[in-house]
Design a protein around this ligand. Sequence first.
Ligand SMILES: NC(=O)c1ccc[n+]([C@@H]2O[C@H](COP(=O)([O-])OP(=O)(O)OC[C@H]3O[C@@H](n4cnc5c(N)ncnc54)[C@H](OP(=O)(O)O)[C@@H]3O)[C@@H](O)[C@H]2O)c1
Length: 286
Amino acid sequence: MATKRSDDVSTVLVTGASGVVGSRVVEQLAAAGVRVRALTRDGERARRAGFVQGDLRRPETLREAARGADAAFLVWPLPIEGAREAVEALAAEVGRVVFLSSAAVRDVPGVGPQSPGRPDGEVEALLERSGVAYTALRPHGFAANALRWAEEIRSGGVVRGFGGEAALCPVDERDIAAVAVRALTGDGHDGARHYLTGPEALTQAEQLRIVAEATGLPARWEEIPRGAARERMLASGWPPGIADGALDFLGARIGDPEAVSEAVPAVTGRPALTFRDWARENADRF
Ligand SMILES: NC(=O)c1ccc[n+]([C@@H]2O[C@H](COP(=O)([O-])OP(=O)(O)OC[C@H]3O[C@@H](n4cnc5c(N)ncnc54)[C@H](OP(=O)(O)O)[C@@H]3O)[C@@H](O)[C@H]2O)c1
């Protein structure tokens, strides 16, 4: 289908609509007066206003959900199998896709988007080949990842992990959604690849201190060896390749902080939200 101009975008299909980023995309699109179809597999949730039932791995349901929409927000939190059919289903129905990819993706000249061990690069390559106009959001670690400390904070406050001194720039999911909404409804983003970070680098131990201040709950970081951290990640369901990649990345960011990207302020016209903003907003979730 032909690329939509912003004033044509009145209905958007949001996949991952119950998730960390998609739920914010739904809120912000609705606030902007855009009609939203929020996709979920959950039959119960799908009965609520605005939701439609569908499964990314059942392309006929995706195509049905996308019919008549102008644009789609796509998440692919799945192995790559089935992605080609999903992308084809969307490309047949909408003029524009904004894909929640990841900062792991690099554009290799003559090869295309690549993210060894992760599906994001391949999904981007499928979008490229489909011919649909698309924007790739390539966020670094979400601020919401701090919620994985919640259980240890509640049960005594000692958070055990590898890379307490690794300095990262966590990005607030509201900022990822704000960029998504601009790309879904505005001009000038088709073909863009937006690397998204928060406004400053903070070590994991510093992030934990900020969470402790915001929640009023005592918390301290206890460093564990990389091997022990890997075992814990595998036990909680991380695929080995992704766990190894994440641990390599953390190791590399000790003494070499992640660089801040200016994409959030450039696209939204306001400063990126800080991790302190995020911790205050989400304090009750700990
Ligand atoms: N966490 C990070 O730091 C980070 C950084 C960069 C990129 N990412 C990327 O962000 C994505 C995850 O986004 P998120 O954290 O917003 O999601 P999330 O909170 O993990 O939620 C997953 C969403 O995907 C939907 N979903 C899962 N399987 C589905 C299927 N077969 N059919 C339809 N919907 C399905 C779920 O919907 P229902 O259960 O309602 O069906 C849910 O809304 C991943 O692709 C990840 O690689 C994450």
